[in-house]
Design a protein around this ligand. Structure first.
Ligand code: MN
Length: 227
């Protein structure tokens, strides 16, 4: 095959305890999947899950330095459990959904909240609020083979050492299996897909120079510096 220019390098994530890496296909995200965060975003009650996407090359594997993005005066953090799929399908049954999971990671769904809020108000897409360069720092993947399927565990994020977000995976409105089953009704899922599963309450504005540390107890941690 001759390309008119070299194709982009595949985005890959390290896997804990494994020499091979995880090749990323698509990156989906669930909106407002913790009741207290949904409330702080102005929603009320348990709504059906809704989804948006980030480009795979917005991921920042392993964290580290992240460039403060342009066109925003209100960048916010969202710490999330990320599901990494080892297989997929369409209309996946609820009781088979977890069989599709290869592993889990910690991710930050960085958000240009001002752009997202103005898009929401105008009924416009969220892409420029959510899908910007380096908008998805993510940790090493922990495989199900050694981790299992975490359903509980503290999920937290600190900015410059100060605790901002603290919740528990058990507070997810839509559980991992429900998210996979529901999403697979809209799109065919496949190996390499990631799903950011939503954030607990406590999102806040961050600025250049801030250190963001987040984690899920029993799973892992992720650290970035905004530069
Ligand atoms: Mn999010």
């Amino acid at each position: 095959m001759n390309y008119v220019f070299p194709p982009a390098t595949p985005v890959v994530l390290p896997v804990d305890g494994c020499a091979a890496v995880f090749p990323v296909r698509r990156v989906y995200c669930v909106g407002q999947n913790y009741a207290e965060h949904a409330a702080e975003m102005g929603a009320d009650g348990r709504q059906p899950p809704f989804f948006f996407s980030k480009p795979a090359d917005a991921l920042v594997p392993g964290g580290g330095d992240v460039a403060y993005p342009p066109m925003t005066a209100n960048l916010q953090h969202e710490v999330e459990l990320v599901v990494a799929l080892g297989k997929g399908g369409s209309d996946i049954a609820l009781d088979q959904a977890l069989d599709c999971v290869f592993g889990y990671a910690v991710g930050f769904d960085l958000t240009r909240r001002d752009l997202q809020s103005s898009a929401k108000a105008k009924g416009q897409p969220w892409d420029m609020g959510k899908g910007f360069d380096q908008g998805g720092p993510i940790s090493t993947i922990r495989p199900v083979a050694t981790l299992g399927h975490p359903a509980t565990g503290t999920i937290w994020l600190k900015v410059n050492g100060e605790l901002k977000q603290s919740g528990d995976l058990s507070q997810m409105s839509w559980k991992v299996a429900e998210v996979i089953a529901n999403l697979s009704g809209y799109v065919r899922l496949a190996a390499g897909d990631l799903i950011f599963t939503g954030t607990p309450a406590g999102v806040s504005t961050v600025v250049r120079g801030d250190l963001l540390e987040g984690g899920i107890d029993g799973l892992g941690e992720l650290k970035i510096r905004l530069v």
